[in-house]
Design a protein around this ligand. Structure first.
Ligand code: C2E
Ligand code: CA
Ligand code: CA
Ligand code: CA
Length: 278
């Protein structure tokens, strides 16, 4: 199933001049979006693979555009990164997700993690750890209920990444490597950095039924992670066959349309309440 809004229009025209002015256009629009509260978070459950209980929620940004409708992050995160707008947007995402997780806990729902996607540019800012600490303090969320998802490309600046990761570990938040296996980075960081989880990219999970090499990649990532004392979550799980394979290989957690699509706040809160009553 395709995301609503995705592929339904193209913001970028093909020629270079047009691309530059489109970028500036999107930048202006994004500035306005942030100020006017047009950005919103959807949440997708992360589920214990053996018993199906909800263990986390990944926050996924959407842009509720007055004319274009719901815009997916693929349409604006890259521009936000290039222009630096990802820094204030990312801070807003962190603040909103942490605050929301505290609200769920205060409603009496079983405590879970909230997972937040980070851009390299945001993660590598000097005051990043302090900002996370301030947000946790201000929202009253305990650090172990926050997981930060970073990609392999963030680790290319080894020195800065390892300093920040050490500070974050000290703070007590969890770190997951997102889109694991899709970046062109060496594996050496896995033994040097304090990480908690590898997140297997949807591209490996997707065609497992047809592709023996995808099955080999998935089972090898799980086995390697376990040898390194890391947990594993698989994203993009859509079928019971995929779930069965992941269970068989002792993947701890799963996420995907099989359980739920990312949902807006009210819907995900009802979903959590229903699951708790089961
Ligand atoms: P991601 O972190 O790899 O997120 C997974 C994407 O796969 C999400 O797309 C999610 O909606 C989609 N998905 C989840 N389960 C399934 C499934 O079973 N089948 C299929 N076909 N798709 C599934 P989404 O929400 O469009 O996000 C796209 C990307 O945008 C994310 O990829 C992430 O890299 C980025 N992103 C989202 N929110 C943020 C944010 O707050 N900050 C930053 N820096 N990036 C974000
Ligand atoms: Ca992610
Ligand atoms: Ca992914
Ligand atoms: Ca990603």
């Amino acid at each position: 199933a395709k995301e609503r809004g995705k592929n339904s229009y193209h913001m970028f025209a093909p020629d270079l001049q047009q691309i530059t002015s489109d970028k500036m256009f999107i930048q202006n629009e994004l500035n306005r979006a942030l100020a006017l509260g047009e950005l919103t978070l959807y949440y997708q459950p992360q589920v214990n693979a053996s018993d199906g209980t909800i263990v986390g929620m990944e926050a996924l940004i959407r842009w509720n555009h007055p004319e274009r409708g719901l815009v997916s992050p693929d349409q604006f995160i890259a521009v936000a990164e290039e222009t630096g707008l990802i820094v204030p947007i990312g801070a807003w995402v962190l603040q909103t997700a942490c605050q929301q997780n505290k609200v769920w806990q205060d409603l009496g729902l079983p405590p879970i993690r909230v997972a937040v996607n980070l851009s390299a540019r945001q993660f590598l800012k000097k005051d990043f750890t302090q900002m996370v600490a301030d947000i946790l303090e201000q929202t009253g969320l305990a650090p172990h209920f926050l997981e930060l998802e970073i990609t392999e490309s963030t680790m290319i600046d080894v020195h800065r990444a390892s300093n920040t990761l050490a500070e974050l570990k000290q703070l007590g938040v969890y770190i997951a490597i997102d889109d694991f296996g899709t970046g062109y980075s060496s594996l050496s960081y896995l033994k040097e950095f304090p990480l908690n989880r590898l997140k297997i990219d949807r591209s490996f999970v997707r065609d497992m039924k047809k592709s023996a090499s995808n099955r080999a990649i998935v089972s090898t990532i799980i086995s390697m992670a376990h040898h390194l004392e890391l947990k594993v979550i698989a994203e993009g799980v859509e079928t019971n066959d995929e779930l069965a394979f992941l269970q068989e290989h002792l993947c701890e957690e799963v996420q995907g349309y099989l359980f739920s699509k990312p949902l807006p706040l009210e819907e995900i809160t009802s979903y959590m309440q229903e699951q708790t009553l089961k």
